[in-house]
Every structure is written in C-alpha cells, then in structure tokens.
Design a protein around this ligand. Sequence first.
Ligand code: DQA
Length: 145
Amino acid sequence: MTRVLVLQGPNLNLLGTREPEIYGTQTLDEIHAGIAAHAAELGLEVDCFQSNHEGALIDRLHARDFDAAIVNAAGLTHTSVALRDALLAIQRPFWEVHLSDPWQRDAFRRVNFLHDIAAASIVGQGSRGYHLALEAIAGRFGGGS
Ligand code: DQA
C-alpha cells in the first residue's frame, strides 16, 4: 500500500481559531480526519504529523517511512533552507499545499524555498488542497495493496 506522510508546519495546530478569515474555521484534527477518510477510500496509508519545531519536522522526514508526502511547511516555506535540504535528501516526491494563496499575500510570502522542488503546489483551496494532493498521489502511485 502506498504510504503518505502529511507534514504540517508551525502554527497549523491553531487552525480553527487562527486568522479564520484567511485559514477558515476547520481545526487541524478535523482536517486530518477528512484526510484519513479520503486516504482510506483511495487505498492509501496516511500518517499526519504537525510540529512547531523545524528540527522535529526534519527528523520526521528522515524516518523515510513513506512513499510520498504532502507538505504544508507554513511559515518555514519562506525561510527554511534546512527543510528544503531535508526534502531533497530523502528522495521522496512531495506535494506542497497551502490553505491560503501565499503568492497573493505579503511580499515576503513570495519567497518560497520549496516550490521548485515540489511535484506540484496546490494553493488557495483551503483544506481541499490536501484532498487534491491525495488524488494526485493515488494517480501517480495507485492505491490499494
Ligand atoms: C500557509 C501560508 C504561509 O504563508 C503561512 O505562514 C502559514 C500557512 C497556508 O497554509 O496558507 O502558516 O502555509
């Protein structure tokens, strides 16, 4: 079965109450429950991991216990050479997801250390972005056992 890691960066644990006019009102647990249900339908195995710590996110990637990843690196998208290096080092394709569209927001959000190494970037679709990424992974790897 194709194994998918969903990696969630800093402050995404606050979804639901964090700037709801930008990020919506769904909590991260609700988003993860939706991802788990959809992954099961597609025949994908999924593990969702959130951390506010760059090193913990990098350590999770280093485990390499997945075939593909969905990455919302949140603010680290715009700052982290180390996360970029980890994603290159582990040699697993990843889909970049952002709930909002960072390209349409502050100028500093147009600096993006992950975009050019992602299999694809899905932005501005809210939590639907994770589901589109799951479908892309199922299409690339096939679901089922
Ligand atoms: C985000 C966009 C980033 O610019 C921001 O720092 C986040 C969330 C999003 O999902 O829209 O924390 O990744």
